[in-house]
Design a protein around this ligand. Structure first.
Ligand code: KG4
Ligand code: ZN
Length: 359
């Protein structure tokens, strides 16, 4: 079945992707899983920033307001008629339940009205396909597998062992906060705007990461899991101990030191995973935190296999990754009747099980 990943030029399958799991409404048209005809994102970040985080009810209402217009824009940009699409892929979960239901209900309506197949997509798995979006139609996907794939976002820090574009085995995840969530919480404590990851990275560029001592998780080398609550608590205690606001240079040093440990924690785990899975040929890195240049540099320095990252604008939530993954699911499952499958929205509380790893 891995051979199904090969993209042939003779066929042209056009998938419409719809994403509404959190605070971005997104619609995209992708041909053959890799060629983005158009991709539109309507971000709610400014709306939620005033509350310091995403308010689920507000998110759902904003999706409802944006989604129809966004589809129109996406079709116009691609100069495509809705009747020309072959299938509709939509995020099924994990995510905020009210937000997910908007995208799913909209996609269902389209699928029924147009008599097109509907493909339910796991949002976290789809992020991985974001790392493949910049590779171009001539790239031979079969050369990638088996691979390790890492999703570092606001909700997840998941490491997978993959044997094909739809074959995900979860081998590690965070036992507490996700990496991006930790960036956001530390940024909030430092008085930086939401979402804070990008602001921490910006300030860290002028800082020295050796200046502020950070705790390293006591790790058994063979164990694969991520944890960020200790680092977060350390920063909370440190910030509480200040008698006055830190200088600009101190703030930059704190950001650089925090960022370095938060990212090196990931890289140390990737090194362990490489030892446990020596057959891996490549590493795919995706999710909002994959936009971080220091993470990209550390991975390229420390990991001995080719690493692929999404184009900067496809690290965060988007619908091109949903359409791309939907294409591979559809190809792999062939004539499966998508009308008969489970169409419930998966909330963030349905967790994947981490598989046992030798070591
Ligand atoms: O993938 P994403 O857009 O949404 C989720 O599915 O969670 O990821 C958002 C997360 C936020 O926590 C944000 O602070 C973080 O990605 N992020 C970053 C950077 N850009 C976004 N973290 C560190 N450095 C960045 N440059
Ligand atoms: Zn996401």
């Amino acid at each position: 079945m891995v051979g199904a990943a090969k993209r042939t030029k003779a066929e042209a399958v056009l998938v419409l992707g719809i994403e509404s799991s959190c605070d971005e409404t997104a619609v995209a048209l992708v041909r053959n899983g890799c060629e983005i005809l158009s991709s539109s994102v309507s971000s709610q970040v400014l709306i939620h920033a005033q509350f310091g985080g995403v308010v689920p009810e507000v998110a759902a209402r904003e999706h409802l307001r944006a989604i129809n217009q966004l589809l129109g824009e996406t079709l116009r940009q691609a100069q495509t008629k809705i009747a020309d699409i072959d299938a509709i892929a939509v995020t099924q979960g994990p995510g905020l339940i009210g937000a997910l239901l908007v995208g799913i209900a909209y996609a269902k309506g389209l699928a029924i009205g147009l008599e097109k197949p509907l493909i339910p997509v796991d949002h976290v798995h789809a992020h991985v396909h974001g790392a493949l979006l910049g590779l171009g139609s001539d790239f031979d996907l079969d050369a990638l597998w088996p691979c390790l794939s890492l999703v570092v976002s606001g909700g997840h820090t998941n490491l997978y062992y993959m044997t094909g574009p739809t074959r995900f085995n979860l081998i590690a995840s965070s036992v507490d906060d996700a990496c991006g969530e930790c960036f956001d919480k530390v940024a909030k404590m430092l008085g930086l705007p939401y979402p804070g990851g990008v602001h921490i990275e910006r300030l860290a560029r002028n800082g020295d990461h050796r200046k502020v001592l950070m705790p390293k998780l006591v790790e058994r080398k063979s164990q694969l899991f991520f944890s960020y609550s200790g680092l977060k608590t350390h920063l909370a205690n440190l910030i509480r101990s200040f008698s006055e606001a830190p200088s600009a240079q101190d703030l930059a040093d704190i950001c650089a030191s925090f960022q370095e440990e938060a990212l090196r924690h990931i890289v140390r785990k990737l090194v362990v995973a490489r030892q446990l899975f020596p057959a891996t040929k490549s590493l795919l890195v995706a999710g909002g935190v994959a936009a971080n240049q220091r993470l990209r540099d550390l991975i390229r320095e420390e990991i001995d296999i080719p690493a692929y990252f999404p184009p900067q604008s496809f690290c965060a939530d988007n619908a091109a990754m949903i359409a791309s993954y939907g294409y591979h699911l559809w190809r792999e499952h062939g004539p499966m009747n998508y009308r008969q499958i489970d169409w419930d929205a998966y909330s963030r509380y349905k967790f994947e099980e981490v598989e046992a790893v030798n070591g």
